[in-house]
Ligand binder design. Structure first.
Ligand SMILES: N[C@@H](CCC(=O)N[C@@H](CS)C(=O)NCC(=O)O)C(=O)O
Length: 160
């Protein structure tokens, strides 16, 4: 029986886009279920009762939440086009930076969006992005650098 994959998303969600990118890289077919985050469906609340957020990937009826967890799930189930390195140490480095970006860079950038360019918010985002630029190394980090440069462009810290 073919796999049934449904991705609960909302327009413009960068977290859901991260999951779509993984599915596209692996060449996997999936259906999109578009959510209105101001009026969430019963299914979304059932599938992600803890955070009540998109993205949620439902694979043959099993829901998986949190974009980084979903990307790792996809990488574990479909072996073609590996996303994470196989070497345990290299894998831990990628996980470290992915969590760093989610826990520090993204919140700092979101604060800039809501701050009308307030100096303190811009300075904080700049500091977090520079940490990423300074310490992330290796080929697998190119993606992260590229992501942070695009983010820096959007918050007008850098020109591309
Ligand atoms: N840590 C979550 C963040 C997901 C997230 O922030 N989703 C937003 C859309 S981009 C959402 O569902 N917002 C609605 C809400 O929080 O009520 C992940 O990585 O999946």
């Amino acid at each position: 029986m073919a796999d049934e994959l449904k991705l609960y998303t909302t327009p413009g969600s960068t977290f859901a886009f991260r999951v779509e990118l993984a599915l596209i890289l692996k060449g996997i077919n999936y259906k999109i279920v578009e959510e209105n985050t101001k009026n969430k469906s019963v299914d979304l609340l059932k599938y992600n009762p803890v955070h009540k957020q998109v993205p949620v990937l439902v694979h043959n009826g099993n829901p998986i939440s949190e974009s980084l967890v979903i990307v790792e799930y996809i990488d574990d189930v479909w072996k073609g086009y590996p996303i994470l390195p196989q070497d345990p140490y290299e894998k831990s480095v990628v996980r470290f930076w992915a969590r760093f970006i989610d826990s520090t860079c993204i919140p700092a950038i979101f604060k800039v969006f809501g701050s009308n360019g307030a100096v303190q918010a811009v300075a904080k985002a700049c500091e977090q992005l520079q940490v990423d630029h300074r310490y992330s190394t290796g080929a697998c980090m190119e993606e992260s650098r590229c992501g942070t440069r695009i983010a820096a462009y959007y918050v007008k810290l850098e020109t591309i």
